[in-house]
Design a protein around this ligand. Structure first.
Ligand code: TRH
Length: 399
């Protein structure tokens, strides 16, 4: 494979960081591990720059970490369509680009869908969707957890880097210093907390501050932060603030570039994550985690959450399964006007903490189970199968 094989990824940022998070991760992987010439078209450079701080938000075209990043503007320029065209999450491609694809007849056109563990995905992954007017076919590509799906994004060598980090005290100390902290004592339970607004937070913070074990909670700047501040009577919480109560210490961290977020997950004992991409990263971290799913209006996210739980919990003991269900439900039942009470989340935490030994072992095994199903490699393989991109030679995955 070489840089003659081109790829355009289109990303329309709706809100939060998931759309650009996934697109940017895939773009880097295809460029740096599979040697494709990748252009990432994104319509919100401000969001992109949070994940890649060296990006220039005023620059319409720039090179970032091996990827050409282009501002996707309404008046779309005339460009040559790529061999592989990925529209992230069904964002509609510019009409002129689609027409050019039809004229050229050489692109593999993929709609990269949202991640879901629901069964219906098996029947939809890889399905063709012929264009209503033009001689073009788009293919649905679904990330997922089983062999019948497109798998998950996983960079080459990620798990080896994680293991090295987790076995190397000097690297860990370096991480803590980089966030302006001393390495916590061995008995301190370290938690990262990335989430949306959540009324279940108070119960958790009560449980952590009133418990017998020292707890350190690291909160990346974001939507849950005002509530954390409120709990400690601070109406102006921001990066760098530190709070403590009982056995709990809290530190507010800056939002870090995407690669460094992994280190935070690796350094903590339990990770609270949200949306899509951070949830996958927590699974690669090999630690117990709690997922706050992106809430949808018609409550379909409940089915999505349960579908994942059904897979994730299948090999757990009854007690550990109940502990995971209990905490995940308490954490998700409580949207901005949710029903979870403080007692629910506090009690659910106690059961979860009691199951931690088993959950630790499970988290390691779960990650190992998923390793072989690599999204970028599956995607290239799929394109070869649909016969468009003959130049692809798939390299074996090394973790
Ligand atoms: O930001 P999100 O809530 O994104 C959501 C979901 O993807 C959801 O499915 C989608 O429909 C909605 O957006 C529009 O959560 P997610 O997916 O975890 O994305 C966060 C990204 O931010 C992820 O790539 C990790 C990254 N990140 C950093 O780079 N640095 C940080 O400090 C933190 C906390 C996160």
């Amino acid at each position: 494979m070489n840089k003659h094989t081109t790829c355009d990824i289109f990303c329309n940022v709706i809100d939060n960081y998931g759309d650009i998070g996934v697109s940017w991760r895939l773009a880097r992987q295809l460029a740096n591990e599979n040697s494709l010439a990748v252009r990432l078209w994104v319509d919100d450079l401000g969001s992109f720059a949070r994940l890649c701080p060296e990006a220039d938000v005023t620059s319409k075209v720039q090179q970032c970490r091996g990827v050409e990043v282009c501002l996707w503007i309404k008046n779309f320029p005339e460009v040559q369509p790529a061999d592989l065209v990925i529209e992230a999450f069904g964002c509609a491609l510019p009409e002129s680009y689609v027409v050019a694809m039809a004229a050229q007849q050489k692109s593999a056109w993929i709609n990269l869908e949202y991640l879901s563990a629901e069964d219906w995905v098996h029947g939809c992954h890889g399905l063709p969707s012929p264009h209503s007017r033009l001689p073009l076919t788009k293919y649905f590509f679904f990330p997922g957890f089983t062999k019948q799906t497109g798998g998950l994004l996983l960079e080459r060598g990620l798990l080896a880097r994680r293991d090295t980090f987790q076995n190397d005290v000097a690297q860990q100390r370096g991480f803590w210093q980089s966030i302006g902290m001393e390495m916590p004592s061995a008995e301190t339970l370290k938690i990262s907390l990335f989430g949306y607004e959540n009324t279940a937070l108070r119960g958790l913070l009560d449980a952590w501050s009133g418990g017998s074990q020292p707890m350190l909670c690291l909160v990346p700047e974001g939507r849950i932060l005002p509530q954390v501040g409120q709990y400690f009577g601070d109406a102006a919480s921001r990066v760098g603030k530190a709070y403590s109560q009982g056995n709990l210490q809290v530190r507010v961290l800056p939002f870090v570039e995407q690669e460094r977020y992994d280190e935070l997950l690796w350094a903590c004992d339990v990770n609270f994550v949200r949306g899509e991409d951070s949830c996958v990263r927590a699974q690669w971290a090999g630690k117990p985690f709690v997922w706050q799913i992106y809430p949808q209006h018609d409550a379909v996210h409940w089915q999505k959450l349960q579908a994942f739980l059904n897979l994730y919990e299948a090999s757990l003991s009854t007690a550990a399964r109940q502990a995971v269900q209990g905490l995940w439900q308490a954490w998700n039942n409580a949207g901005a006007d949710g029903e979870t009470t403080s007692t629910d989340s506090g009690q659910a935490w106690s059961a979860f903490a009691a199951a931690r030994d088993e959950l630790n072992r499970h988290a390691q095994n779960w990650g190992q189970q998923l390793v072989k199903n690599n999204l970028a490699l599956n995607l290239l393989d799929f394109c070869q199968k649909i016969g468009k991109i003959r130049a692809f030679k798939i390299e074996g995955q090394q973790t």
